[in-house]
Write a protein that binds this ligand. Structure first.
Ligand SMILES: CC(=O)N[C@H]1CCN(c2c(Cl)cnc3[nH]c(-c4cn(C)nc4C)nc23)C1
Length: 278
């Protein structure tokens, strides 16, 4: 089992806490070392008072429940948690090369090879999540970290949910359900395919596809799927084709994740090892 396993009851004295790595909404994340195993982790410290006043305890419980059961190279591990009088602590995998959005800001946009390698890894991670009826719902650069080898990791499952199949959980028979009930729920796995398409566009152009000054304009552009490709940087038609097949209004018509992995742009550009070496 991994050195920092969840079965044990953890407490702060098990860790030597180091420098702050960054701050989330509800607290800070610190570099830390588990004393017995010398395992380096990221310790996310959340203040109970802030969780209470924002009524996100249930969301945090769901995040812990979901992320602690997911095991995938492109999903940040949650090894365990503990709490004291005033705080909740999440013991998270440490991603040695930090936050992806900082890299994206620095180099404005990624090469097609780097973007395709990340999109392929994220597609594989989402296929894994959807196989467990988990949808993330918040795939964006701020929630992505980079591991020691340059491997991308989805973090922050704060908005993930367990989808359940209403068809099966409804009172047995389907016969009496109207079409819209038998169809997908408003939040089906298709939301993550859309977000992956938005992310792919932002990786390649450095800005999200429906960006506008006012929120109301962004909303209008999303609803209309007002997708435009700038002249610069020059992107292959294969890359634009993949984005166009993911950013489709009808979620049932979006390119399924396994088809994303077979798309020519991914085949031609993604590093098979899932790691971008530059
Ligand atoms: C909302 C939120 O938790 N955001 C970030 C803060 C750091 N945190 C990390 C988490 Cl949760 C895990 N691993 C990290 N590694 C780093 C990092 C590494 N370097 C060289 N620089 C940084 C920064 N940060 C993390 C997640």
């Amino acid at each position: 089992a991994s050195p920092v396993v969840k079965e044990r009851r953890w407490s702060l004295k098990d860790f030597e806490v180091g420098k702050p790595l960054g701050r989330g909404k509800f607290g800070h994340v610190y570099l830390a070392r588990e004393k017995k195993s010398n395992h380096i982790v990221a310790l996310k410290v959340l203040f109970k008072s802030q969780l209470k006043q924002s009524q996100v305890e249930h969301q945090l419980r769901r995040e812990v429940e979901i992320q602690s059961h997911l095991r995938h190279p492109n999903i940040l591990r949650l090894y365990g948690y503990f709490y004291d009088q005033t705080r909740v602590y999440l013991i998270l995998e440490y991603a040695a090369r930090g936050e992806l959005y900082k890299d994206l800001q620095k180099c404005k946009y990624f090469s097609e090879r780097r973007a395709a390698t990340y999109i392929a890894s994220l597609a594989r991670a989402l296929i894994y999540c959807h196989g467990k009826h988990v949808i993330h719902r918040d795939i964006k650069p701020e929630n992505l970290l980079i591991g020691l080898q340059g491997d991308i990791k989805i973090a922050d499952f704060g908005w993930s949910v367990h989808t359940y199949d209403r068809r099966r959980t409804m009172c047995g028979t389907l016969d009496y359900l109207p079409p819209e009930m038998v169809e997908n729920t408003e939040h089906d796995a298709g939301v993550d395919i859309w977000s992956l398409g938005v992310l792919c566009y932002e990786f390649l152009y450095g800005v999200p596809p429906f960006e506008a000054k006012e929120h109301s304009d962004t909303y209008r552009r999303i609803i209309k799927v007002d997708l435009r490709f700038p002249l610069k940087p020059i992107i292959s038609s294969a890359g634009k084709d993949l984005i166009s097949q993911m950013l489709v209004k009808d979620s049932s018509q979006r390119l399924p994740l396994h088809k994303v992995l077979e798309h020519p742009w991914i085949i031609q550009n993604a590093d098979p090892s899932g790691v971008y070496r530059g």
